[in-house]
Design a protein around this ligand. Structure first.
Ligand code: AMP
Length: 572
């Protein structure tokens, strides 16, 4: 039986939409005690009709499967919440997780939210330096990780992280010290019953770090009220229906993996598939088949890899359950949308959002005709526009097809509430009622939005944001490096690759061996996902008169593009 889409007519839904009305789909804490993400995602289902429904199906690397019902998830997350209470973690404290896609990650996330402490995920392949930056900037009180990660990357940081009170190891049988504890032991002793305390909708819930062009990573703080956007986008964009089996391939180290790999599907009461393994085309197709996935949310990098493989999945795999395929994180080119149509019998529906927005803001909807290459139309409840922005002026562009800054009218529930310890930077993101996203876009005459590019130097590699400054800082720690500048170089597969231009100290000679040594140093410090994939030695870096590296110019030269306005260049 075909499933009718939840959005039957986008225009009338948009016109009549109200966040207040949509709230009826959430329960709120018993006795009017507020709104808590974990209660909406887990407990209310566990105490209702979905008690025995599978919340998570975790697929391990060896393909074995562990199911967890909403009732079991309630108990596990309550145990974790009690562990935090036992260790004195209280409201607002920051609990970090540095884990792969294993059950403990999901239990820690939801258990932390139950206690009103703030959950902060770290991408599992980060090297020690990005981990240190984020835990120290985020004032982490606790870190949940594995023995292996602890030994390889964390132990060396402990002295520099005096605020970190506890490290909980998911796979240690015994406590190592008062600070480094065995999570399984603590969980065993903890009660499986926990009453979620009063949670104000504006209480902080999640901290997600995102990369900036300059300076340290920015900690975008989100509140419990964000769950309303997770619920609404789950219903209208991901088109969740009762009984659906859903797979989001994003890692919870990034915001998509948290908002849409944990919260949105559970709030909507569907079954969430999690695969511990990294991308593998045949494994992915097999999962779609075996798990009878109905809704698949993935990313352009993965889609491009699949496109290259020359597998005709519908000939080899039974994908009859698949109803909807979506993509986020980078521009989804028109070819990928039409490849979806040809290969799976349905397009990939692109949608746009970012760490700061907390949830999907612009999307293609199942019932709306797709314009391949477009990000779609604003979520009902969200006002998006294109604006002309200069240092001292701001005006909305009404003319269709004209490029400008993509801006959103402030006020959607999952909007970030601050950059931690950087209110000034936060305030700079707003012009009156409008939030400046940092992206450039255009809007066509029918209201579809088209991505044009980023307004800054941030790199999107394999769907992950990398700030050039962070990479440059690590490179500069190598004894041979005098200066470094990092750009994103377009790459067919991973969107952009991290490319570094390095100026050597006078006593060093540029050669292959040194390049390899600098590369190895960067990989050790930053991890392979962030470290440069290409390094070029250069005599001088182009800079502005005020001393800022002109990455834009390096990029133009690298790509053979026009060099643009060079009026601020120090040495033309
Ligand atoms: P992040 O904060 O890491 O989620 O990255 C957000 C950024 O990724 C956005 O500001 C865009 O630059 C880019 N992005 C996300 N989704 C899309 C999309 N559908 N099309 C083009 N760029 C996207």
């Amino acid at each position: 039986m075909p499933v009718a889409p939840n959005v039957s007519d986008y225009d009338s839904l948009y016109a009549g939409f109200s966040w207040e009305t949509e709230k009826a789909g959430l329960s709120g804490l018993p006795n009017g005690q507020g709104l808590n993400i974990a209660y909406e995602a887990v407990d209310r289902h566990a105490m209702g009709a979905l008690r025995d429904h599978i919340a998570f199906r975790w697929i391990k690397k060896d393909r074995s499967v562990r199911d967890c019902t909403y009732q079991e998830l309630m108990e596990l997350t309550s145990r974790f919440a009690n562990v935090l209470g036992e260790l004195g973690i209280t409201k607002g404290d920051r609990v970090f997780a540095f884990l792969g896609r294993i059950p403990e990650l999901y239990i820690a996330a939801l258990g932390t939210l139950k206690t009103t402490a703030v959950f902060c995920p770290l991408f599992n392949v980060f090297g020690p330096e990005p981990v240190f930056q984020r835990i120290s900037r985020g004032d982490g009180s606790m870190l949940v990780t594995t023995k292996d990660q602890f030994e390889k990357k964390i132990r060396q940081l402990l002295e520099r992280l005096p605020q970190l009170r506890y490290v909980l190891l998911t796979d240690a049988e015994q406590d190592e010290s008062g600070q480094v504890r065995s999570l399984p032991r603590l969980m065993e002793k903890a009660s499986a019953a926990f009453t979620i305390p009063t949670t104000a909708p504006e209480d902080p819930a999640l901290l997600h770090f995102t990369s900036g062009t300059t300076g340290l990573p920015k900690g975008a703080l989100h509140v419990h009220k964000a769950v309303l956007v997770h619920y609404v986008t789950g219903k209208y964009v991901l088109d969740f229906h009762p009984g659906d089996i859903y797979w989001c391939t994003a890692d919870p180290g990034w915001v998509t993996g948290t908002s849409y790999g944990i919260i949105a599907p559970l709030v909507n009461g569907v079954t969430n598939i999690v695969d511990e393994e990294e991308f593998d085309a045949t494994r992915w197709y097999a999962i779609l088949e075996e798990q009878k996935v109905n809704i698949w949310y993935t990313a352009p990098t993965a889609i491009r890899r699949l496109m290259r493989m020359n597998i005709s999945p519908r000939e080899k795999y039974n994908l009859e359950h698949l109803r909807l395929m979506l993509s986020v994180g980078e521009p989804l080119h028109a070819e990928a949308v039409t490849w979806g149509e040809k290969t799976f019998g349905m397009p990939f529906l692109d949608n746009w959002w970012q760490t700061e927005t907390g949830g999907i803001m612009i999307a293609n909807y199942r019932s709306m005709p797709v314009r391949p290459g477009s990000m779609g139309k604003p979520l009902p409840g969200v006002e998006a526009a294109v604006a002309e922005v200069t240092d001292d002026s701001f005006s909305i562009i009404t003319e269709p097809g004209k490029d400008g800054h993509l801006v959103l009218k402030r006020g959607w529930p999952s909007m970030f509430r601050t950059y931690l310890h950087d209110e000034e930077r936060y305030n700079k993101c707003f012009r009156g009622d409008w939030y400046l996203t940092g992206d450039l876009a255009k809007r066509d005459a029918d209201g579809y939005f088209w991505f044009v590019g980023r307004a800054d130097d941030i790199i999107k590699t394999s769907g992950h944001m990398v700030g050039p400054f962070e990479v440059e800082s690590a490179l500069m720690e190598h004894p041979a490096v005098a200066e470094a500048a990092v750009i994103g170089k377009p790459d067919q597969l991973i969107g952009e690759l991290v490319k570094a231009f390095v100026v050597l100290k006078p006593e060093y000679q540029p050669d292959e061996a040194l390049k390899l040594d600098i590369t190895a140093h960067a990989r050790r410090k930053l991890g392979p996902a962030v470290a440069p994939k290409e390094i070029t030695f250069i005599d001088n870096l182009p800079k502005t008169r005020s001393g800022k590296i002109l990455r834009r110019l390096l990029k133009a030269r690298e790509l053979g593009l026009p060099e643009g306005d060079l009026s601020t260049l120090e040495q033309p």
